[in-house]
Design a protein around this ligand. Structure first.
Ligand code: NAD
Length: 263
């Protein structure tokens, strides 16, 4: 399928590794020009170079902390200055800390609010006006299956990611008249550094080995294995495409069947 995005500019937040990196690579291979950010500049520049070499496309990579409003503003302003437009925005950030209710004080709740929710608000605020002018845009948020089925020991994610869903559903309606779509994707258990860290924490809590924890978690997935980052990227690439023009306001999981509920 030709996704029709070879002349598009795509911004992918938090893309030095893991899911963001896979999405940037996938969109680059479709011919899109790419802007990525992350906090760790060395890892980010390495990823940027890899994308340039394999996909032969223009990649702008700027170090930015997504908890800082001015760094988001600067990242988007520099992207528009460089590419003259933005067509696709993929919001993403580091994952919230694992833990239960009494593990967290107000500081932890507030910093996760900045990272998980306000970063999405701020990215959208900077990018949408430009998409409205050109009357075309695709915005995809990376959330988690925790919005469909809360995950044990991840209360910050379970609570604050639902705010992103509420935002996305409301904002999708506001921007639809401008030809901009907005959808949210929910990865299940996709093998990245983040997932391996969470498995390690789970293994320590249960006093079992990493491999035993991995086996336990995999047994909950009807397709019988963890996902690969490229499998989430495939879904995002479709939602970013011309072909997805009639899909907006949805929340779709890529989880191998992990979520047991109907909706
Ligand atoms: P990861 O740890 O492999 O990668 C996270 C990326 O975010 C890195 O590029 C890191 O540099 C960047 N980052 C972290 N904090 C940042 C900040 N403050 N500012 C800028 N960049 C920052 O994680 P991942 O598995 O790719 O997960 C990405 C997101 O998807 C996370 O929010 C995670 O909770 C969520 N998620 C992942 C899974 C999974 O199975 N991997 C499942 C559900 C949800």
């Amino acid at each position: 399928m030709n996704l029709g995005i070879s002349d598009k500019v795509a911004v992918i937040a938090a893309a030095s590794r893991g899911l963001g990196r896979a999405v940037a690579l996938r969109l680059a291979h479709e011919g899109a020009k790419i802007a990525i950010c992350a906090r760790d500049n060395a890892e980010l520049q390495k990823t940027a170079q890899e994308i340039r070499q394999t996909a032969k496309t223009d990649v702008l990579a700027l170090a930015a902390d997504l908890t800082q409003a001015h760094e988001i503003k600067n990242f988007i302003a520099q992207t528009i200055a460089h590419f003259k437009k933005i067509d696709i925005l993929v919001t993403n950030a580091g994952g919230p800390l694992p833990g239960k209710f009494f593990d967290f004080d107000d500081t932890a709740w507030e910093s996760t609010f900045q990272l998980t929710f306000l970063s999405v608000v701020r990215l959208c605020r900077e990018v949408i006006p430009q998409m409205q002018q050109q009357e075309w845009g695709r915005i995809i948020h990376i959330a988690s299956t925790s919005v469909k089925q809360p995950i044990d020991n991840l209360i910050l994610s379970n609570a604050l990611r639902l705010a992103v869903i509420g935002l996305a559903k409301s904002l999708a309606h506001e921007i639809a008249p401008y030809g901009i779509t907005m959808n949210t994707v929910c990865p299940g258990m996709i093998r990245t550094q983040r997932l391996e860290q969470l498995l390690q924490v789970g293994a320590q809590m249960q006093q079992i080995s990493f491999d035993e924890a991995l086996q336990q978690r995999t047994a909950q997935i009807p397709l019988g294995r963890l996902g690969r980052p490229e499998e989430l990227a495939d879904l995002i690439a479709f939602l970013a495409s011309e072909n997805a023009r009639y899909i907006t306001g949805t929340v779709i999981q890529a989880d191998g069947g992990l979520v047991k509920g109907v909706f």
